[in-house]
Unconditional design. Structure first.
Length: 337
C-alpha cells in the first residue's frame, strides 16, 4: 500500500520593502505582487501590480515593493487590478464617488459598492480571506456628527461587507484621508487562500466595539493580523494612533501623541508575542512603518522625533494624510517581524 501524499501547500511568503529607483526593476521580478508609488511625483505604469496612491510623501519617497512566491499572475477585471501567486492576492479598486447609481454621490454608497465588489472578487478568484486593507478617502473628517464622511464610510463599508460583519474574521486595516482633493475612494488589499488570526490590543477597545458617540457603525477592522502559521510573513499592524480605551489622547501635542502611539504598539507587540514568541518586542530592521501626519507643518517635527526614538535601523516612510478623528495628528501602520 502506498502512502497518501499530502497535497503540496503553496509557499506562503510575503515581504514588504522600501526601495529607491525605478518600479521597472521590481516589476521585472517574477515574484513581485505589488509596487506602490507615493504621491503625485511617483511614476505611472500600466502594470496591474503597480499602484500610485494619493498620499504625498515628506521629501522623496521610496517605492513599497511586495513580494510573494513567484510566478505571479496578474490582470484586470473591470475596476479591479490584481496579482496572485497561488497563495496570496494583491488587489486594488478605485471608485469615483460621483459614479453611483441614480447619480448618488456620497462616500457611504461608494464604500458599499466597493466592498461588495471586493468580496465578490475574492470569492470568484478563490482568495476568500482578507488579511490587510488600506482605505484612502478624501475629506475624511468633513461633515458634522454622524454626517462626517469617515462615519458614513464605516456605514457603507459594513453594509458592503454583508451587514452582519463577523468580528472574528475582520482584516487589519488603515483608513486615512487623502489630501489631493479627488473624490475617489482608493482601496487596496492583501488576501489569502487561508486565514490569518486577527489580534486586538489590550490597551485599546476593539474598534468594532467603539461606543455610539463615534458613529452609528463601529469601524470594521482588527488591530493587527497574525499571518497564517508556517508562513514566512510578518505581523500586519493596523493604523494605530493615540487612542487609549476608545478616547483620543493629547489633542494638543503631536509629539505626545507619537509617544502614545508607540506605547500602543508596545502593547500590541506584547499581545502578538504571547502567540508568536519569536517576534521581536520592539521595532527593528525587519519592521516597516508608514507614518501619517495630518498637518503639513508638523511633518518635519514628526520625522525628527521618530529619528530620535527609532534610530536609523527601522525603515519608514512619512506621508501627509488626514487621520480619521480631527484631534488625531499622527497615525502609524506597518509590518513587523
Ligand atoms: C482608530 O484606532 C484610528 O476604519 O479601517 C485605524 C485603522 C483607524 C483602521 C479603519 C481606522 C481604521 O480608530 C482609526
Amino acid at each position: 500500500m502506498s502512502a497518501v501524499r499530502p497535497m503540496p501547500m503553496p509557499a506562503l511568503h510575503w515581504s514588504v520593502d522600501y526601495l529607491d529607483g525605478s518600479p521597472d526593476d521590481a516589476l521585472a521580478l517574477p515574484d513581485t505582487l505589488a509596487v506602490i508609488g507615493f504621491g503625485s511625483r511617483a511614476p505611472v505604469r500600466d502594470d496591474p501590480r503597480y499602484l500610485r496612491v494619493a498620499l504625498e510623501p515628506h521629501g522623496t519617497a521610496p517605492l513599497e515593493v511586495w513580494r510573494g512566491s513567484g510566478p505571479v499572475l496578474r490582470g484586470r477585471d473591470g475596476d479591479v487590478a490584481w496579482a496572485e501567486d497561488g497563495a496570496l492576492q494583491f488587489g486594488a479598486i478605485e471608485l469615483d464617488e460621483r459614479d453611483g447609481e441614480q447619480g448618488q454621490s456620497d462616500i457611504e454608497s461608494t464604500a458599499d459598492r466597493l466592498y461588495r465588489r471586493l468580496l465578490e472578487f475574492l470569492e470568484q478568484r478563490g482568495y476568500p480571506h482578507l488579511l490587510r486593507v488600506w482605505n484612502y478617502l478624501d475629506g475624511i473628517t468633513i461633515g458634522e456628527g454622524d454626517e462626517e464622511r469617515y462615519r458614513q464610510f464605516c456605514v457603507g463599508r459594513a453594509r458592503g461587507l454583508g451587514g452582519h460583519v463577523d468580528t472574528q474574521t475582520l482584516p487589519a486595516a488603515t483608513a486615512i484621508g487623502r489630501v489631493d482633493g479627488a473624490r475617489r475612494l482608493q482601496v487596496y488589499w492583501l488576501a489569502a487562500r487561508v486565514p490569518g488570526t486577527p489580534l486586538e490590543n489590550p490597551r485599546q477597545i476593539s474598534a468594532y466595539r467603539y461606543p455610539r458617540q463615534y458613529g452609528p457603525q463601529p469601524p470594521s477592522f482588527a488591530r493587527a493580523m497574525l499571518p497564517p502559521v508556517n508562513s514566512t510573513m510578518p505581523l500586519m499592524l493596523s493604523g494605530t494612533a493615540a487612542i487609549v480605551g476608545h478616547e483620543s489622547q493629547h489633542a494638543g501635542s503631536v509629539v505626545t501623541q507619537l509617544d502614545e502611539t508607540l506605547a500602543n504598539f508596545d502593547s500590541l507587540l506584547a499581545a502578538a508575542r504571547a502567540q508568536r514568541p519569536t517576534l521581536p518586542a520592539h521595532f527593528g530592521p525587519q519592521s516597516r512603518l508608514k507614518v501619517y501626519v495630518r498637518n503639513d507643518d508638523e511633518l518635519e517635527q514628526v520625522t525628527r522625533e521618530l529619528d530620535a526614538r527609532l534610530g536609523p535601523d527601522v525603515p519608514r516612510v512619512v506621508l501627509h494624510a488626514a487621520v480619521c478623528r480631527r484631534e488625531l495628528r499622527v497615525e502609524i501602520d506597518g509590518v513587523h517581524a
